[in-house]
Design a protein around this ligand. Structure first.
Ligand SMILES: Cc1cc2nc3c(=O)[nH]c(=O)nc-3n(C[C@H](O)[C@H](O)[C@H](O)COP(=O)(O)O)c2cc1C
Length: 271
């Protein structure tokens, strides 16, 4: 196997936590291994048109958030068709909002193998939940940085090793169905069609339209949707005036239930 000459970060990150984890890991590895870092952020729709090709001399940190216990379904076609691993060593990373990552990491691991990468390590980290400002608030934080450091040590050792890596990634195959929010009576709540509304005080700055990963907010009328909403939280958390909000009862119940039920601190997992 050829020597690694470059670290690449490749990530989707609507509210910035996946970016933080992946970038933190790359920076730690850069210091350890004295290699340059190239970054590719595929959060915006235009960035998902280009094919990315890698080679055996690349080490690719690939990060996505966990949506409904899985790799976000809207990203699967991109990961299947626009990434060409070319034998590059890779580290699949998922970032979840303190509930659970369920089968997201194993699914991302499998997607990297299908795309021609060689996974040498993997990690599930925690980021502030996209729906909330209190669930996993401020994460990744200093304690998560210690796990990033640990993972970078594992990666450095494996890059140097000539032994094949049989990784046991947590999760199940076949993957479990997408996690479904439930109401008080335990019935599934359908939040698929729910979209944020725009309150008083919008200055029409257009940030929401610019940051929407689906390009679904009409820049000429930011209260109007021209595509699907994946509830990623980008327009809400990045609105400078904080005027975008949800008022759907099912969504709000789900958010509160998550905040109550999953308030304990979860720890990153690395393999
Ligand atoms: C539609 C959707 C579904 C989510 N599902 C889960 C989940 O199943 N488990 C979990 O712990 N967090 C879940 N989250 C929270 C995100 O995984 C978490 O906040 C992550 O840090 C967001 O990454 P980002 O900041 O890079 O966008 C979900 C978020 C969204 C938008």
């Amino acid at each position: 196997m050829r020597q690694v000459q470059r670290i690449c970060t490749v990530y989707f990150s609507a509210t910035g936590t996946t970016k933080k984890v992946v970038t933190g890991l790359a920076e730690t590895l850069k210091k350890r291994m004295d290699l340059p870092v190239d970054s590719y952020d595929f959060t915006l729709p235009g960035a998902r048109e280009q094919v990315l090709r890698f080679s055996e001399t690349d080490l690719v940190i690939l990060g996505v958030p966990v949506y409904a216990g899985r790799v976000p379904n809207v990203l699967v076609p991109y990961l299947q068709t626009k990434l060409d691993g070319g034998g590059a060593r890779t580290v699949p990373v998922t970032v979840y909002g303190n509930r659970n990552f369920d089968d997201a990491l194993i699914e991302l691991f499998d997607l990297t193998v299908s795309a021609g990468f060689l996974p040498i390590a993997a990690g599930a980290f925690i980021g502030e939940h996209s729906f909330s400002t209190v669930l996993a608030q401020g994460r990744p934080d200093a304690l998560d940085d210690e796990w990033i450091e640990k993972l970078s040590q594992v990666i450095e050792d494996r890059v140097k090793s000539t032994e094949p890596q049989g990784l046991e990634v947590p999760g199940q195959r076949p993957y479990r169905p997408y996690y479904k929010p439930r109401d008080r009576a335990g019935h599934p709540v359908d939040i698929l069609k729910v979209k944020p509304k725009v309150g008083e005080g919008c200055t029409d700055c257009g940030v929401c339209a610019a940051v929407c990963p689906m390009g679904s907010i009409d820049p000429d009328d930011v209260s109007h949707y021209i595509g699907i909403c994946i509830k990623c939280g980008a327009c809400i958390k990045k609105c400078p005036e904080k005027v975008r909000y949800y008022d759907d009862a099912g969504y709000l119940y789900h958010k509160e239930e998550l905040e109550l039920e999953f308030s304990r601190r979860t720890t990153p997992e690395i393999v």
